[in-house]
Design a protein around this ligand. Structure first.
Ligand code: TYD
Length: 142
């Protein structure tokens, strides 16, 4: 988790491209929910939360979105600037997303149904959560 993966892609310039990934094969979890965020003004920051149990994969089929991951010890920036790139974001990782280009679309496939109880929306709570021992090797950023 917490790394960019290349989405399998077929196609060519004359006919166009098709990209795909499958649960438990190309991404390391089962997908229960898909959502997408669009019509976001450039330079908008969204996200600003972590999840206790949810694993997600983020990709940008159109446009350019920067995602900053923060595991409570370090932060890294990942640029979703191609429909062939996806970012795996594991549980316990604070994430902020910045819309870099007009009309950029962020798609997300998630391992669980929507559950507000799973959100950590306060950064100080997140740091306490990390300190309380929820940090392990799975929280590393690659
Ligand atoms: P939210 O996670 O708060 O987005 P942001 O923090 O970027 O504004 O989601 C906005 C609203 O949508 C919130 O009321 C919860 C709802 N929601 C669902 O009902 N299902 C979902 O899968 C998601 C992601 C959000």
């Amino acid at each position: 988790m917490n790394k960019i993966i290349k989405i399998k892609t077929f196609g060519n310039r004359s006919k166009g491209f098709l990209s795909f990934f499958e649960s438990n094969k190309d991404i390391p979890f089962e997908i229960k929910r898909i959502y997408y965020i669009y019509n976001v003004p450039v330079n908008t920051k969204r996200g600003m939360h972590a999840h206790k149990e949810l694993n997600q994969v983020l990709w940008c089929p159109y446009g350019e979105i920067e995602v900053i991951l923060d595991n409570g010890k370090e932060k890294k920036s990942y640029l979703l600037d191609s429909p062939e790139k996806a970012l795996l974001v594991g549980k316990g990782i604070w994430h902020d997303m910045y819309w870099k280009k007009e009309n950029s679309v962020l798609c997300v496939a998630a391992s669980e149904y929507y559950n507000e109880e799973d959100y950590i929306r306060d950064y100080e709570d997140f740091l306490r959560y990390v300190k309380e021992g929820y940090w392990n090797d799975e929280n590393k950023l690659y």
